[in-house]
Design a protein around this ligand. Structure first.
Ligand code: ADP
Ligand code: ZN
Ligand code: ZN
Length: 741
């Protein structure tokens, strides 16, 4: 006789959040096996893993294992009654794990809201069904209990929720009695919700479309997969196109997933969706509590929300009836996750749309070179909105050559004069400076001591607000000294400027004018950004000073002058994408100007005013600018013309970090000796070589063919997992890296 508690050979193959890129086999619960209850792929299980209990996800149910059955443990609990990952979402995540060479368990964990990742149960409700015994009950057996007979009849036709049965007038006593007789049985099922209603979807009339908008909207094929790149300057009416496309999708009872860079910074975008549509909108972003996030996730999964708006990780939100995906500001770097599971939400979304056979629209004023390339290759269809609807016109640009000009803490005379004029005429001014804090360097004038971070190769930024020195790389903070810690001199100097200092300068230059600062320090509080936006929308003359946060899709119709204080910062960076980013940022900021009746004006201060790329930007020629950068990338054989992956290594000792990457390079060269189309750059120290006490090195692998790069990375990651020195060194693979510093 077989004494095994697991008569049927049922093996759960489970993905576990661990750095190991493999799956693990477990047996079912003893009680489940006895009842032949089989959990499904996509359900969460709790399992013992080493000495820990962890939450894993069933990937497959097999009848065999590579290990002997008596070596396998049983799962401790099955946590779900229905899969938390649908078959299609699970397949997408498996694709993502293999594309980004990330452990599947970590990928799945990253795709779940925290509450589910920690094992919390989904809200369920009680349902009833007949047992085997109940199904075989002879006709007329319950003649003397007509209510019970009626209940059996009801359940013959199908399962019913407890709530429904009570509403139908079946008392709990009847249920209990039949359950005791083993005729019916209750079980838990996920709480189901009504799908959103498709009548009266609109709260307000849509705008009459411009001809470009109409062409864009009419080109959309909502019934199958297509990628559209919707290019149009800020204010050209892209959002209106999204809204009307979404209206069509909703009217078919299907859902729209909208990804945007940072929700808390763009309360207006959300407002526009809310005032247009009369259906539930689930908002998913990092500011939510775990409970709120789970609710939003459920509303998307059960179909009660028609629109799901979220930041990067919302790309993994389950949708009951997906209809369209929209990525606003597709060029934005925040769509790429920079640590852990390093995915691009934009690229994953394109793959998701393809698998779900739905359209995806990537909107931007400044397309990424990748998306331009993809549209040139015919993978994306390029739609363009030219000009702006209504009276607003293109801003005029001016490059201010600040060589030899006298600067008042960063502001040149022509800029100050233009600001003066705009304010006198009752307009608003936006000043852009992508550096927060007061001054990036604190230096002793007598002995040249500089305040450096103990943990990084970086200077500490002085923050005047609380007289602190802060490291913007590792978060280290200390009180700012009042005299030089080295020579005791009190001749300390603040070099360079951040937004805090520019704010103080502007307050001194324009007494009586309100100066509003927008950066990560001033927008920490939840409603800080919407308070600023409200103040700006009063239209009173004021000066806005801020970082790239100001470049993210705001509508400031009162702003007629945009000042870019330092256009040079992106020109000489070790990151090959820095110039592209500068162009996108400056063009975006410029787009904030002149959205009302008055045309805008943009002034860019630079020491390199004849730089050809800046000149193109100053002619409002982002497309030509992008064209030039594309040509450079093609010439240097870099993305999007080649496929790039970075292997990063971090260690307490620079030697160890470098050595591991030397070995990685040797391994790769040997592994694909026959394929000359791979190139290597490095290992070399990262631009910020030491961060948070660790030395950082990089190796770039560049390949013409994506497939051969991926084959190599698969072999490499397996090799690295077992490599002895990989214990001393933290390593990671970054496919299609965005940040090269
Ligand atoms: P984008 O998303 O490209 O920045 P928006 O869709 O936000 O552009 O449009 C900018 C402004 O123009 C908004 O105030 C919007 O209401 C208005 N607008 C957009 N399309 C039209 C239109 N067809 N007719 C009139 N106004 C429009
Ligand atoms: Zn000194
Ligand atoms: Zn630091």
């Amino acid at each position: 006789m077989n004494n095994s508690p697991h008569p049927a050979n049922l093996i759960y193959q489970v993905a576990i959040p661990s750095p190991l890129r493999r799956l693990f086999d477990y047996l079912p619960l003893v009680s489940d096996a006895a009842e032949q209850q089989v959990a499904e792929p996509g359900m969460r299980v709790q399992v013992s893993f080493g000495k820990r209990k962890v939450i894993g996800v069933i990937i497959a149910v097999n009848s065999d294992s590579n290990l002997p059955l008596d070596k396998l443990k049983a799962v401790s609990a099955v946590l779900d009654t229905e899969p938390v990952f649908s078959t299609s979402l699970l397949a997408l995540l498996r694709w993502a794990a293999s594309y980004y060479h990330a452990p599947l368990g970590e990928v799945l964990a990253a795709a779940l809201p925290t509450a589910l990742r920690q094992g919390k149960a989904l809200p369920t409700e009680q349902w009833w069904r007949l047992t085997q015994h109940g199904k075989g009950l002879p006709e007329g057996a319950l003649k003397r209990a007509p209510r019970q007979a009626e209940l059996i009849n009801l359940l013959q036709q199908g399962e019913h929720s407890h709530k429904q049965l009570l509403a139908d007038g079946i008392g709990t006593t009847n249920l209990r009695t039949l359950a005791k007789k083993n005729l019916i049985k209750s079980y838990q099922q996920n709480l189901h919700a009504e799908p959103f209603a498709t009548d009266k979807l609109l709260n307000e009339q849509p705008l009459a479309l411009s001809s470009d908008q109409e062409i864009a909207l009419n080109t959309l094929d909502l019934q199958s997969y297509h990628s559209y790149l919707l290019e149009g300057e800020t204010g050209s009416g892209k959002t209106e196109v999204y809204l009307q496309a979404i209206a069509r999708v909703l009217s078919e009872g299907r859902q729209a997933l909208v990804l945007i860079p940072e929700i808390s910074l763009t309360p207006q975008t959300l407002q526009r969706f809310q005032s247009r549509f009369n259906c539930a909108i689930a908002v998913i972003h990092s500011g939510l509590s775990d409970g709120e996030r789970l609710n939003a996730w459920c509303a998307a999964a059960n179909g009660s929300a028609g629109i799901i708006i979220g930041t990067r990780s919302a790309v993994f939100t389950p949708l009951l009836r997906p209809g369209i995906i929209i990525i606003d500001e597709e060029h934005d770097a925040s769509f790429k996750q920079q640590d852990g599971f390093r995915y691009s939400a934009r690229d994953v979304a394109v793959m998701r749309a393809m698998r779900e056979r739905i359209p995806i629209m990537l909107g931007t004023a400044t397309p990424s070179l990748e998306s331009l390339y993809n549209s040139r290759q015919g993978r994306y269809q390029h739609l363009q909105l030219r000009g702006r609807p209504g009276p607003a016109r293109q801003p005029t640009w001016q490059l201010v050559d600040i060589r030899k000009l006298q600067l008042t803490t960063g502001f040149s005379k022509p800029v100050i004069a233009a600001m003066e004029q705009a304010l006198t005429e009752g307009n608003q001014v936006l000043v852009f400076l992508n550096r927060r804090g007061y001054a990036p360097t604190l230096m002793c004038h007598d002995c040249a001591w500089v305040a450096d971070c103990k943990h990084c190769d970086a200077r500490l930024t002085f923050h005047q607000h609380n007289a602190q020195l802060r490291c913007h790389h590792c978060g280290h903070r200390e009180g700012a000294p009042s005299s030089c810690p080295h020579c005791r001199s009190d001749q300390l100097q603040y070099l360079g400027q951040g937004t805090e200092r520019a704010e103080a300068t502007l307050e001194a230059l324009f007494p009586g004018v309100q100066v509003l600062r927008v950066d990560r320090d001033t927008t920490r509080r939840k409603d800080a950004m919407s308070n600023v936006v409200t103040k700006i929308q009063t239209g009173k003359p004021c000066i806005l000073i801020g970082t790239q946060m100001l470049a993210k899709g705001h509508h400031f119709p009162g702003v007629t002058l945009v000042v870019v204080l330092d256009a040079d910062s992106g020109l000489f960076s070790p990151d090959f994408r820095a110039t592209e980013r500068l162009g996108q940022l400056v063009t975006q900021v410029a787009g904030r100007a002149g959205r009302g009746d008055t045309p805008g004006r943009v002034m860019m201060q630079s020491h390199y005013s004849e730089h050809p790329l800046l000149t193109l930007l100053a002619q409002n020629k982002y497309p030509e600018f992008a064209e030039r950068l594309c040509a450079e990338r093609q010439f240097t054989n870099m993305p999007p013309y080649a496929n790039l992956a970075v292997v990063r290594a971090e260690a307490i000792s620079a030697f160890d970090a470098n050595l591991l990457l030397e070995e990685v390079r040797k391994y790769c060269e040997a592994a694909i000796a026959s394929n000359p189309s791979h190139r290597y750059l490095g290992p070399y120290p990262a631009a910020l070589e030491r961060r948070n006490k660790r030395y950082r090195y990089q190796l770039q692998i560049i390949a013409e063919q994506r497939q051969s790069l991926h084959n190599l990375l698969s072999q490499l990651s397996t090799w690295l997992e077992t490599h002895p020195s990989a214990r001393k060194v933290r390593w990671s693979l970054d496919v299609d890296p965005q940040d090269m510093t």
